[in-house]
Design a binder for this molecule. Structure first.
Ligand SMILES: [Zn+2]
Length: 364
């Protein structure tokens, strides 16, 4: 919507009744009010770098209105910004409600606020006349610090079971606690936000990019990575984000394995097959291929989650946070099953829907 020229947009609005240009003032006011409520409830000052803001503003669309201007309100009031690395847009399908989540790293306290659709559709004057209860359907304060939640399981259970974060509990608790880890990086959280949540699968994708960049580094502008994501899992969203290896540009081809194939390969290689990675040189029309494995047993071992007895919502979150200490040691988990040269014919076979890429790669 942002890129349509003014005249084109005017024409579009004439042709399509009901499709309205986002009322930016209303969206900005919603972000402004949400941030003010959060600062007050968290007793934190604007500009505190321990404050994190997460939102689906910019992705959510309400009654044909885009919501990005809410971010301006958040930044103005809270000081959180992309440049400071403490504001992220979490991907959601556009039909989801507009929400804001503020997390204080220092105390672990967090406020979740969800917008009432009627408030987003109101005029600015109508919105200003609404109480907070009318403008927002949810305003909840919880302690979202993972250690706290695990040691106060009644509160943790309530947060998850009563959906106190509007059904976004796993997503927001995982992203916030990992963001708060001193070894966490901006590009990692950005990739997790593209995935919608943070899970050990995303971390495995991040580690795989580091592993491949070490073994087959990009050395010039003619080179890029092509990924045969077979089998696919959450890793692939991190990989496509970090390498710009998107399916639409033929950077990634995504194919599933049957559970029998997956288990058989795990048995054969002692690690989970994690796809085929090609460093392709467009000038030489040649590439280098790797079939990689990723060992999740090592993840469970190093994060102490192999025999998890805590609450069911906890184990993946513990893995998320603990794994950040290892993101730059991918060789602990990732390994090379096979290396092979890739010519144009092999590349086309690896990508072809009628072929089995792992058979083309010669590992099954
Ligand atoms: Zn995931």
């Amino acid at each position: 919507m942002q890129k349509i020229g003014y005249i084109g947009l005017a024409l579009l609005l004439m042709l399509v009744p009901g499709l309205a240009l986002g009322d930016g003032d209303v969206m900005e006011e919603l972000g402004t009010r949400a941030a003010a409520i959060a600062l007050e409830n968290l007793s934190i000052s604007a500009g505190d770098e321990g404050l994190l803001a997460l939102t689906d503003a910019g992705h959510a669309v309400i009654a044909g209105q885009t919501t990005q201007r809410a971010i301006k309100g958040i930044t103005t009031v809270s000081g959180c910004s992309i440049g400071d690395g403490n504001l992220f847009q979490v991907l959601r399908a556009h039909w989801n409600p507009l929400w804001f989540f503020f997390f204080d790293k220092g105390t672990g306290e967090a406020v979740f606020i969800q917008v009432n659709k009627e408030a987003a559709e109101a005029t600015l004057d109508e919105l200003k006349a609404m109480s907070d209860d009318e403008a927002f359907t949810i305003v909840n304060k919880v302690n979202a610090n993972l250690d706290y939640m695990l040691s106060h399981t009644d509160e943790g259970n309530a947060t998850f079971n009563d959906k106190l974060l509007g059904g976004n509990e796993f997503s927001l608790v995982g992203i916030a606690n990992t963001w708060a880890h001193p070894n966490c990086t901006f590009d990692f959280i950005q990739a997790a936000c593209f995935h919608d949540h943070l899970c050990p699968g995303v971390t495995s994708g991040y580690m795989i990019t580091k592993y491949v960049e070490d073994v087959l580094p990009i050395t010039g502008p003619a080179e890029s990575y092509k990924v045969i994501a077979c089998p696919n899992w959450c890793k692939d969203d991190a990989i496509q984000m970090i390498w710009d290896a998107t399916p639409g540009k033929s950077g990634m081809f995504v194919m599933a394995l049957s559970p029998t194939e997956d288990a058989g390969l795990q048995e054969k290689y002692g690690t989970r097959v994690a796809g085929v990675y090609v460093r392709w040189n467009a000038t030489a029309n040649m590439g280098d291929g790797l079939v990689l494995g990723f060992t999740f047993d090592k993840v469970y071992e190093l994060t102490g989650t192999a025999n998890w007895t805590g609450p069911s919502w906890g184990s993946k979150l513990v893995m998320d946070v603990s794994l950040i200490d290892y993101w730059n040691q991918p060789e602990l988990f990732a390994s090379t099953i096979k290396e092979f040269p890739v010519d144009p014919e092999t590349l086309s076979q690896l990508q072809n829907a009628g072929m089995h890429p792992l058979k083309v790669a010669g590992i099954m």
